[in-house]
Write a protein that binds this ligand. Structure first.
Ligand code: GLY
Length: 463
């Protein structure tokens, strides 16, 4: 945990954003895996963790904006809990670590909320994303399950986003720790990407590295020589020379902060000419996008900058043609990069996505696009100092998408389909870094992970 002042300060800042009522943050409960006592690894709710810091299941935090009081509701361990799970500090002592003076058993929460509702106070809560939380909110607030999400507080969502989108120095240090764990994961993945190895051997090894060095992976590892599938969780292929292996993986720290890094390497350790040419285009887009990051620039403009670099590069290798600007305006690049350049990152890999992507990545001045490809950009709005985000351009050859576009005669002025056909066996390439926006530009977080062709070949050669 950070020190208690950090959590008190976060709650006090939230009190400046919301005028009245009560904010209710339900922490997560244990979730059953295949029978009740066999639970998934416990993951605390990121918003509860941000404001109350406690990584314990079954707690709730309350901020009373009218009376300037904070509460933790939770139960002390009983003797059976102690026998099976060991001793645990009392709730009052845990709460003190988060700077909270007022505590009560969890069973008192319903009565407390009933009284608040009877007093005419509005209960603000964030949109729940787990069934258990929906059921609990439904019971506590006397709302039908189906109406719970719709009653989430927009004022609280906006207040939380405003605070959490700006990362403090301490938070950035945590994210850098997570990137440093990702360094170990990715350099190991590179060295293991040899012909005859089954993807699962690598995925399992690097997940173990995450667990050994910090916490669980920050999302299920994406690793495949079929990198044309953007989020490929099938790890059953045996690696073959001539294929590119995508590894998209990151770790969580003890405090719950994430990394999210992607590297793509040639199986066997040497890029052939075709792989090197496409790789260099993605790398150029990654570097150009990172170098364009500074406060005041819209991330959507950087997304389109990366798209233009990709189109320029694809024209050079004969896959595209025509005017670059016009091709990007028309959306022709989306055949090759049908996703956005990146997203906010923090305690959640897609930071605060559960609150609604448009609250996090867009605002009154920057509205989300609706057309194919560009609509998948999760972050479009103007950048501010303290944002942490991913930069993850890619080029993919997705046979079904190529067939669909060609069948519909789409972008005939910009795409050389006969050449594209010869790349249907290529797979995909994505290169992703985690970056903080600084006062005058950007800083790529963590220990630099090999990314140029020379660096990757040297790492894979064990140099
Ligand atoms: N790196 C995985 C994701 O952004 O969804």
């Amino acid at each position: 945990m950070f020190n208690s002042e950090e959590y008190t300060n976060r709650r006090n800042l939230l009190k400046k954003e919301i005028n009245s009522g009560i904010a209710l943050f339900l922490g997560n409960v244990e979730a059953a895996f295949n029978y009740p006592a066999n639970t998934y690894h416990f993951r605390q709710d990121s918003h509860f963790l941000y404001f109350f810091g406690l990584n314990n299941p079954g707690f709730a935090g309350v901020i009373d904006f009218d009376n300037d009081k904070d509460y933790i509701f939770g139960n002390d361990f009983n003797i059976e809990d102690v026998i099976w799970m060991g001793e645990q500090p009392k709730v009052v002592d845990l709460a003190a670590k988060a700077g909270v003076e007022h505590t009560a058993p969890y069973t008192d929460l319903a009565a407390y909320l009933n009284q608040a509702i009877a007093d005419g106070k509005h209960i603000h809560f964030l949109p729940p994303y787990r069934g258990e939380t929906i059921i609990e909110l439904s019971a506590l607030l006397d709302l039908p399950n189906a109406k719970v999400k719709g009653n989430a507080s927009e004022a609280l969502i906006k207040g939380v986003v405003k605070l959490k989108e700006i990362k403090s120095e301490e938070e950035i240090k945590e994210i850098e720790k997570a990137v440093d764990i990702a360094y170990e994961m990715h350099t190991t993945s590179m060295k293991m990407a040899m012909p005859g190895t089954v993807e699962q051997e690598i995925a399992g090894t690097i997940e173990g590295i995450s667990l050994a060095l910090g916490g669980p992976v920050s999302f299920p590892i994406i690793l495949s020589q079929d990198g044309q599938t953007l989020h490929n969780h099938y790890h059953g292929n045996t690696l073959e020379v001539g294929r590119m292996m995508v590894t998209d993986g990151g770790a969580e720290t003890q405090e719950g902060y994430c990394s999210d890094i992607t590297r793509t390497v040639p199986v066997g350790g040497k890029f052939n000419d075709r792989q090197a040419a496409i790789y260099q285009i993605v790398l150029d887009a990654n570097v150009a996008a990172i170098e364009a990051i500074k406060p005041g620039v819209k991330y959507r403009d950087i997304h389109f900058l990366a798209a233009r670099v990709i189109v320029d590069g694809l024209k050079e290798v004969g896959l595209m043609k025509g005017d670059t600007e016009a091709a990007v305006d028309a959306g022709a690049h989306t055949l090759f990069m049908p996703h956005g350049l990146g997203h906010m990152m923090g305690m959640d890999v897609h930071d605060m996505e559960g609150l609604g992507e448009n609250y996090v990545g867009y605002d009154e001045e920057t509205k989300r696009a609706t057309e194919f490809g560009n609509a998948y950009l999760r972050l479009g709005k103007e950048l501010k100092t303290g944002f942490v985000l991913t930069v993850e351009p890619g080029i993919y050859f997705i046979p079904d998408l190529i067939n669909n576009f060609r069948h519909e005669n789409m972008y005939m002025d910009y795409i050389n389909y006969d050449v594209v056909e010869t790349y249907k066996d290529f797979g995909g390439i994505r290169i992703e870094d985690d970056v903080v926006v600084t006062n005058d530009g950007y800083r790529v977080l963590g220990k630099p992970i090999p990314k140029t062709i020379e660096e990757i070949e040297a790492t894979m050669a064990g140099e």
